[in-house]
Every structure is written in structure tokens, then in C-alpha cells.
Design a protein around this ligand. Structure first.
Ligand SMILES: C[S@@+](CC[C@H](N)C(=O)[O-])C[C@H]1O[C@@H](n2cnc3c(N)ncnc32)[C@H](O)[C@@H]1O
Length: 225
């Protein structure tokens, strides 16, 4: 399996390209590559898979995905400052990446991957995955939009039961998992549990992020019932 050659650390990349985190884009970066690998392992076997990463930023999760044997990695990033660093990663990965400078809320994923990956809904999931340490200010509208897409079999779910491994802030993760009668039970709990099988993976300590966020973060893997 191809692995990336030795590269500057994420800290060095941030310094090199002057990538100070911007609060309005909810930027909190993960610098520990052991942790980004742990998140990516939760997505399961990515050998030969087509993956979309949401908000790659300086590329910590991106590197872990590229080291997992993927066929192609599409990244969608809104902040143009990260594009040169992502291009460097693309060269190091021998061109496995497709870099889109855009907004994930409007990006159309139903045309992003080869059509022959499409599976019937009842079949095994397609070799298409979504992974991301989501921008927290867009995570809730984005997951609601994707829940709607699941029910219509559109967007990322044109290909079938596309798997998602995403991070959410503690309160959102709690609402997704909340059972009937619990205080956190909400529209989000009902949609998540009706459409998917939400699995809480582990908690990421606040100190793992730069800058440290004001909220607690949990990766959630969303496979299917
Ligand atoms: C919490 S940071 C995570 C960065 C990186 N994945 C990591 O784990 O270190 C969120 C990233 O999403 C990007 N972003 C914010 N809003 C976005 C949007 N609407 N579409 C795509 N990317 C977005 C930010 O620029 C930032 O790079």
C-alpha cells in the first residue's frame, strides 16, 4: 500500500503558509497524527475506496486518509489559504487527490465519483466514504441536509448507503443518540435514528485542538441499520 513520504509536520505547515485559525470559519486544527489516524480507522477499510473529506484545513486527517490505501480523495475546503498546502499533499500522494475550493453546503456530490460505484440501497454500502472534522458552525445544517438527501437517495447517497465518519460537538452528538423520553430527544435524534445507525466512537480531548475549542468534540460514525 502506498504511504506518503516524510513531510513537514502539520505545525510546520501552519507556520510555513501562515495559517492562523479563523474563528468565523470555526477553525480548530488537529495536529496529532496518531489521533487523526484513530479517527480515520473508525471509517473501516478504505483500501480502494473513494473518499470525500470535508474541510481538510492544514491536512492532518487528509494525511491519514491518504495513508489508508484509498483510490481517490476528494477534498472540499472553503478557505483558499489551505489550497497550496493541499496541493503539496497531492504531489506527495502521486496525484490521488482532487482539490475543490468550495462550500460543502452547496457542493454537489452526486457527480463526484465514477457512476459504476453506485449500489442498490439494499446492497452492501458502496466504496464511497465521507470523513471530516466538520466546521462546527455548519455541522448541524449539513447533517440535516444530508439526512434529507438520504431519504431522497441524492447527493452523496446517489451511490447507495455512503458511510460517514464525522466529528460533532458534544451537545449535537448527545442529541443524535438521545433515546425516547430523554431530555436531549429532538428532531435530530429522530432523524438520525430513523435513517441511520449512529455510533459514538470516542471523545477527543479539547487540548488536541489548536486553538482549544470552547466545546467538547466527539467523532461519530454513521453506518447503516
Ligand atoms: C474544525 S476545522 C478542521 C480542519 C482539519 N480537518 C483538522 O482536523 O485539523 C474545519 C475546516 O473546515 C473548513 N470549512 C469551514 N466551512 C466550510 C464549508 N462551508 N465548506 C467547506 N469547508 C469549510 C475550514 O476552513 C476548516 O479548514
Amino acid at each position: 500500500m502506498y504511504r506518503l513520504p516524510p513531510l513537514p509536520t502539520i505545525k510546520e505547515i501552519i507556520k510555513l503558509y501562515n495559517l492562523r485559525a479563523q474563528k468565523q470559519l470555526s477553525q480548530n486544527f488537529l495536529l496529532d497524527l496518531k489521533l487523526t489516524e484513530k479517527i480515520v480507522r473508525k471509517a473501516g477499510n478504505l483500501n480502494g475506496a473513494y473518499v470525500c473529506e470535508v474541510g481538510p484545513g492544514p491536512g492532518g486527517i487528509t494525511r491519514a486518509i491518504l495513508n489508508s490505501g484509498v483510490e481517490e480523495l476528494l477534498v472540499v475546503e472553503k478557505d483558499t489559504r489551505f489550497i497550496p498546502g493541499l496541493k503539496m499533499l497531492n504531489e506527495a500522494s502521486l496525484g490521488k487527490m482532487r482539490i475543490v475550493h468550495g462550500d460543502i453546503l452547496t457542493y454537489r456530490m452526486d457527480r463526484s465519483f465514477p457512476k459504476n460505484l453506485k449500489k442498490e440501497w439494499e446492497d452492501d454500502p458502496p466504496k464511497v466514504h465521507i470523513i471530516g472534522n466538520l466546521p462546527f458552525n455548519v455541522s448541524t445544517p449539513l447533517i440535516i441536509k444530508w439526512f434529507e438527501a438520504i431519504s431522497e437517495r441524492t447527493g452523496p447517497f446517489y451511490y447507495g448507503r455512503t458511510q460517514m465518519t464525522l466529528t460533532f460537538q458534544h451537545e449535537v452528538a448527545e442529541r443524535m443518540k438521545a433515546s425516547v423520553g430523554s431530555k436531549q430527544r429532538s428532531r435530530l435524534s429522530i432523524m438520525s435514528q430513523y435513517l441511520c445507525d449512529v455510533k459514538h466512537c470516542f471523545s477527543i480531548p479539547g487540548r488536541a485542538f489548536v486553538p482549544k475549542p470552547e466545546v467538547r468534540i466527539f467523532p461519530i460514525s454513521i453506518p447503516w441499520l
